[in-house]
Ligand binder design. Sequence first.
Ligand SMILES: Cc1cc2nc3c(=O)[nH]c(=O)nc-3n(C[C@H](O)[C@H](O)[C@H](O)COP(=O)(O)O)c2cc1C
Length: 391
Amino acid sequence: MDELFSRAALGPLRLRNRVIKAATYEGMSRGGIASRALVDFHRRLAAGGVGLTTVAYCAVADEGRTFEHQLRLVPESCTMLRELTRAVHDEGGAVSLQLGHAGTFSKVRGPNGRAPRGPSFGWNAYGVAAGLPFARAMDEQDVDRVIASFGDAASRAAELGFDAVEVHLGHGYLLSQFLSPATNRRDDRWGGSLENRMRLPLAVLERVRASVGRDLAVLVKTNLRDGFPGGLELDESIAIARAIEASGHADVIIPSGGFTSRTPFFLLRGGLPLDRMADAQPEWISGAAMRVLGRAIIDRYEFEESFFLPLARELRRAVRMPIALLGGLVSREGLVKARDEGFDFVVLGRALIADPELVLRMQRGELERTRCNACNLCVAETDIAGVRCVL
Ligand SMILES: Cc1cc2nc3c(=O)[nH]c(=O)nc-3n(C[C@H](O)[C@H](O)[C@H](O)COP(=O)(O)O)c2cc1C
């Protein structure tokens, strides 16, 4: 345990411990503008002792947003984000910015009002109420723009004082859509074979690394499995991890899983608070659809402690680079086991929403297990009053 809570290198960083706060969309950036609540949320986590906190789901481009209130790196956000990085540093922590692009899973129109774009043409159930029921295939210019947007966002993160960026290759967003055989049906150099499906995510990583040099750490969140038949499976996710390792552009991989458009609770497990999520929908029609169809189309998965460990262990064995364990880490015993199994870092989401001081309290011997019971009401709360534990 002491070893988990002592200083550790993550790429160029020296973290005060091996505990990372997972990106959990905060719901604290109305219109995409970072707020004081966002600063205070991360200040509190840093004061509670985490080594690295992560500002969630920042859109690298306006058309890469899933929804309107997702954090954007526009000038109006910058003052608060500078304050946020300073506040975390003052508390002795480090801070990462998660960079994502929604691809086809979006309610947001692109330039000139156009439909969301991703690897291939397809149905965009999430966009129906916003009048965007279909997504289109990206052309070469779109792909170039995506690569440039990730690079520019990473440079901006460095200017704002972030210590790290986390590139989102999982959960069914754009780069995950390119990786998945279920959503990438292209027959050009960006689709087909796994080598082709990996081309865009690897090009993005290369550009991000070129943008931040060796001053910032680069974390990569990937999928172990998409969680539905025909999606990405472990053999390919191991090949992807090997390619990331060979590229030399990432400092740690955080394996996760699930596809927000198809298996959103595969990455969470536990409660499925559909009524509360329906209440939080901004359009009545989305709320009504969630209430009526939700139970039929959204699968529930039983919560188990360290639920990704069996798959993540296989990935751990396949590569030498640092790997972090994420998913259902809720107790001191679970954290110790993660280290014993060779994981370099532990990444906690809901446990730290419930107990922002979890690290300090475990260090003092006051806490063995978080009070989080995986009810997932925090997921519904993000769109109502910002992410918080409702217990
Ligand atoms: C309220 C909430 C919001 C989340 N938002 C994001 C997000 O913005 N980006 C992301 O990669 N994962 C997101 N996740 C998933 C978490 O990062 C993590 O993968 C998941 O909660 C499993 O870890 P845990 O069992 O420690 O909570 C979110 C999870 C929760 C509970």
